[in-house]
Design a protein. Structure first.
Length: 226
């Protein structure tokens, strides 16, 4: 199996949710625990740095949250994050430092590590987005299979997740091109780029360029061809 464990994909020093992932092998294993973790962590956040506009929602005082944004509980929005016009955070969401949650973006049961950008018309559900990963305009995570069967992560071998809902895991520094769909159970290795308008499924290696299902090339080879 390609490197898809937490230690291979994510820098845990780049999220307020570090403790959530400690002792966990695969990132999607935390999806059932996000809400409880927020409810545990939220009350411990320093009152001089965070405020609570409603029950079980904690927002850093230096974050910018537009009045038209909807913030559902439980939720934590960390320092210097920007939640823009008409963003829809349905709850069970951790938005990291310096993140951007853009116009009409919908989040649900997610952890966005620090400096993640979901800036334009994205849906991110039941997913983990690593440090400095970026979702291009209109790109989404599809978190339920059409036949409603349990999601399996498919790489060199198959790993059952025992989950009906699981979107994607993006390693640190992943770039997803505009209007791409990440199908249920997609895992993308760190520093990988996904071409625009792609339909992605399975495990995509780190330091790669995904052009289509049959063409995934190491970045060093791709650079020589340019």
């Amino acid at each position: 199996m390609m490197n898809i464990e937490v230690k291979d994909l994510l820098d845990l020093n780049r999220t307020i949710a570090k403790e959530l992932f400690e002792g966990v092998q695969y990132p999607w294993e935390v999806l059932d625990d996000i809400s409880d973790f927020i409810l545990k962590l939220g009350p411990t956040l320093p009152e001089d740095e965070f405020y609570s506009p409603k029950e079980n929602v904690w927002i850093a005082k230096d974050a910018e949250v537009f009045e038209s944004a909807y913030i559902g509980a439980p939720c934590i929005i960390d320092h210097n994050a920007e939640v823009r016009h008409c963003a829809f955070i349905r709850g069970s969401a951790i938005v990291g430092k310096n993140c951007v949650v853009g116009n009409s973006v919908e989040l649900k049961n997610v952890v966005l590590f620090d400096n993640v950008q979901t800036p334009h018309y994205n849906y991110v559900g039941d997913s983990i987005l690593g440090y400095k990963s970026h979702m291009g305009a209109g790109s989404i995570t599809s978190n339920v299979k059409s036949d409603k069967s349990l999601v399996v992560v498919k790489g060199n071998e198959e790993i059952p997740t025992k989950r009906k809902k699981f979107g994607a895991v993006l390693g640190d520094f992943v770039e997803v091109g505009c209007n791409s769909v990440l199908n249920p159970g997609t895992v993308i290795g760190a520093h990988t780029n996904i071409y625009p308008t792609s339909s992605v499924r399975g495990v995509i290696p780190e330091n790669s360029i995904y052009k289509n299902e049959r063409t995934v090339v190491p970045k060093r080879i791709a650079n020589k061809q340019i």
